[in-house]
Design a protein around this ligand. Structure first.
Ligand SMILES: [Zn+2]
Length: 257
């Protein structure tokens, strides 16, 4: 997970027009006693919304950083669940959800189906459950969410990587909740991260064993490793969060992490 910045992008037109109008409809319905709502996917997952998220997230899941585009279009994920929320897996549903944020740009991200559908779903735990905003009449500013927000929070402050540098490790209670809730330590992910990191580790092994009388080969291996470090830590690269954590501990010779 790395920080995502949507701040420089204009809010997609569908959210500003139809989304804003629908928000008013939902709020009026709540005021009239409705507690269960129907949402319009053609607004929150409008092609302009999705394309903007794809551009800013480089087709990566906002949580696990897997590239989505080559196998799937990805889901438009609501950070605060729109229909109902849950404090923990298996806990009762809390209705309504954050219906007034269903079309809010700040609440939308691109996520893979595994993170969004299988693991996150309606989960949205708070450190203090009593502060949960239950309607548009409450303020989400009073809440203290446990999940790391991909834009408002810096994931690097909560997550690093351990155990051969492929398994997420938490630096905070929020980091722990995010790893556990979204299963960011699931086997399929750690295997894929390990495969990608193995190329870098092999280069470092080569550099470590080159004899002193072959400086040209050593320098070439170092040059390639430096390039790998530059490439893998870019925001558009898969698992940049893991590679940034790894290279901060094991920088290529002559580079600054
Ligand atoms: Zn994911």
């Amino acid at each position: 997970m790395i920080r995502i910045s949507k701040a420089l992008l204009p809010v997609p037109p569908a959210l500003q027009t139809a989304g804003l109008a629908e928000k008013k409809v939902l709020e009026a319905a709540y005021d009239a006693g409705t507690r269960s709502f129907i949402f319009k996917k053609n607004i929150y997952a409008d092609k302009d919304v999705k394309n903007a998220l794809i551009a800013v997230q480089h087709y990566k899941c906002c949580f696990c950083e897997s590239k989505i585009g080559h196998i799937d279009d990805g889901d438009v994920e609501h950070f605060r669940p729109k229909a109902a929320s849950r404090q923990a897996a298996g806990a009762p549903f809390i209705q309504p959800g954050y219906y007034w944020l269903a079309y809010h740009w700040d609440n939308l991200f691109l996520a893979c189906a595994r993170c969004n559908q299988r693991h996150k779903g309606n989960l949205f735990p708070l450190q203090t459950p009593g502060t949960r905003a239950l309607s548009h009449l409450h303020s989400i500013e009073e809440e203290d969410p446990l999940f790391i927000h991909p834009e408002h929070d810096d994931p690097a402050a909560h997550l690093t990587f351990d155990n051969e540098n492929i398994i997420p490790f938490h630096n905070s209670e929020r980091g722990r909740a995010t790893i556990e809730g979204l299963r960011l330590d699931r086997t399929e992910l750690t295997q894929h991260r390990a495969e990608m990191l193995s190329v870098v580790k092999s280069l470092q092994d080569v550099i470590a064993i080159f004899p002193d009388d072959e400086p040209a080969l050593w320098q070439e291996a170092v040059r390639i490793l430096q390039l790998q470090q530059q490439l893998h830590t870019l925001e558009d690269h898969q698992y940049a969060g893991m590679f940034r954590a790894y290279f901060s501990k094991h920088p290529a010779p002559g580079s600054t992490a």
